[in-house]
Design a protein around this ligand. Sequence first.
Ligand code: ADP
Length: 190
Amino acid sequence: MKHILLFGPPGAGKGTQAQLLVDKYKFIHLSTGDMLRDEIKRSTEIGLKAKKIIDSGQLVPDEVVAEMVRLRIKNMKDNTGIIFDGFPRTVAQACKLDEIMNDEKQEIAMMIAIDVHDEEIIKRILERGKISQRSDDRDINTIKNRIDTYNQQTAILADYYKQQKKFKSVDGIGSIEDIFQKICKLIEEA
Ligand code: ADP
């Protein structure tokens, strides 16, 4: 099975596309954002620490997310395709993911970036904030910090996967269905 990294700024539509891919190809959706929100809901030690960080628009420490991901993957059956959504987000996390995949004798097939410019993502996140339970989607400063964090720490990962010849991208402006078709094409061509 192919393991795919969905990549792009906050609000690019990674979660939406991941869900469609799960429905079509039976991938497992691994979203570190969802996992952290679940920790917050259950008021675990990780959740209590993560809440403040998430609401400030910063990243939760690499070791914390990497360990969550490692445990989740370890408990999976072999040969299940995974859609990674929101992980890795730093070069350290990408290195850690390589280690985890190596240990499991698995490999990342490709990174698919969803391209959306800043003005559009701010608009989308504020819209989502009106209906979602996410406090980080309602505050304009938090949203701007998330975009800065993305530009400073995450965007560089495109180069990491380009060097491995695993980088692909799609235009993230357009209908959900059109973007989905473009992503399916990339997955099926690989
Ligand atoms: P979005 O992509 O819309 O920002 P996510 O649900 O992926 O939403 O992430 C929400 C927040 O959770 C991030 O702003 C960050 O604070 C934290 N987070 C999620 N994934 C990671 C990760 N891989 N490393 C560090 N922090 C993370």
